[in-house]
Design a protein around this ligand. Structure first.
Ligand code: SF4
Length: 296
C-alpha cells in the first residue's frame, strides 16, 4: 500500500488548487514576493504544470526591496524561463511620498507602494514591465488586460488576519476584502464560480506552517535568497520585505537544515514570524487594516 507523508499531502492539495484555478480563470497570474513561501509556490507551479509555469509571475516592486531579492528574482526568471512581470508606484517614488523619505507613515507608504501598486498592476491601469528574455531586460508590457485571478502564497499560521482567508477568496472591484462575506469551503469543496468582474485570490499554501515550508525547501532543494541564512554575524532574516522596515533576527542558522533544527527548538514559538516588519505594528489594527484594503 502506498501512503503519503505530511509534505506529500500538502503538495498534492496545493497542486490540485493551482490546477483548479488554471482551469477556472481566464487571466490568471501568480504573485511572487521572492520570499520563501511564494518561492515554494513557484516550485509547486512548476511541478503542477510539468516544468513550465503557464501564467505570468507578478512582483510588486516597492523600490525598497533588498537588492539581493531583485537579483534572485531575475536570475530564476531567466533560468526557469518565467513570464516575469513587475509593477511599481513610480509616481509616489518620484514624488518621494514614502516613509523612508520621511514624508508619510508606514501605513500610508505601504498603501501607496504596495496596495495601490498591486491594485493598478492587477487591473492593468498602470504600466506593467515584462521581461524580454531575448534582450534580457524589462519592457513596458503591451498587454494591459486585468488579471481575473491571482495565486498568492499566504499561510494561515503566518499572521492573524491570514487565518481568516479561504482557498478561493473573492475581492470586490476595488480589490477590497470583505472578511464577513466569504463563501464557505466545507469538505474541500471550493466555490470557483463568481460574478463577472469579481477578482479572486487563490491561496494554495493556506495549510502550510513555517516549519513545513522549510522542510519542503530542504526536501526539494529549492534555491533561496541567502538573506535567510546567517553569514557569521549571528543574524538572519526570518521574513523578507523592504530594507528600511525589515529587521533580521538573532540566529546562527547558516543553512536550511539549521533553520529547521532552530524552529524545532521552539525558539520562535512566542515571536511572530513577521515581528521584524515595522509596518505590521502601526495603527493597532496590524496587517488586517492593510489587507482589507487589498494588501497581500
Ligand atoms: S515596508 Fe516600509 S518602505 Fe516598504 S512600502 Fe511599507 S513603509 Fe514603505
Amino acid at each position: 500500500m502506498i501512503t503519503m507523508d505530511h509534505l506529500e499531502r500538502l503538495e498534492n492539495k496545493s497542486i490540485h488548487i493551482m490546477r483548479e484555478a488554471y482551469n477556472q480563470f481566464k487571466n490568471l497570474g501568480m504573485l511572487w514576493s521572492i520570499g520563501k513561501d511564494s518561492t515554494v509556490l513557484l516550485w509547486l507551479a512548476r511541478k503542477a504544470f510539468f516544468g513550465h509555469v503557464p501564467f505570468p509571475l507578478v512582483h510588486i516592486d516597492t523600490g525598497y526591496k533588498i537588492p539581493e531579492m531583485i537579483e534572485h528574482r531575475d536570475r530564476l526568471a531567466k533560468e526557469w524561463n518565467l513570464d516575469m512581470v513587475y509593477g511599481q508606484n513610480r509616481t509616489a517614488l518620484n514624488e518621494k511620498q514614502t516613509f523612508p523619505d520621511g514624508t508619510t507613515t508606514h501605513l500610508d507608504c505601504c498603501k501607496l507602494l504596495k496596495t495601490q501598486a498591486l491594485e493598478n498592476t492587477l487591473n492593468g491601469k498602470w504600466p506593467r514591465y515584462r521581461m524580454n528574455h531575448k534582450k534580457s531586460q524589462y519592457e513596458i508590457d503591451s498587454n494591459n488586460e486585468a488579471f481575473e485571478g491571482i495565486i498568492v502564497g499566504v499561510r494561515a499560521d503566518e499572521e492573524g488576519s491570514r487565518s481568516k482567508e479561504r482557498y478561493f477568496s473573492p475581492r470586490n472591484t476595488h480589490n477590497d476584502w470583505i472578511i464577513e462575506d466569504q463563501p464557505p469551503e466545507f469538505w474541500n469543496q471550493y466555490k470557483t464560480d463568481f460574478h463577472p468582474g469579481t477578482h479572486i485570490r487563490v491561496h494554495p499554501l493556506l495549510d502550510w506552517t513555517e516549519l513545513d515550508i522549510w522542510e519542503y525547501i530542504e526536501r526539494e532543494n529549492i534555491p533561496m535568497v541567502s538573506l535567510y541564512f546567517d553569514k557569521g554575524e549571528g543574524k538572519r532574516y526570518r521574513s523578507l520585505g523592504c530594507w528600511p522596515c525589515t529587521k533580521p533576527v538573532d540566529s546562527h542558522a547558516a543553512n536550511v537544515h539549521q533553520i529547521i533544527a532552530e524552529l524545532k527548538t521552539g525558539k520562535f514559538v512566542n515571536i511572530a514570524e513577521r515581528d521584524g516588519r515595522a509596518q505590521d505594528k502601526e495603527d493597532g489594527g496590524g496587517l488586517e487594516v492593510l489587507r482589507r484594503d487589498g494588501y497581500m
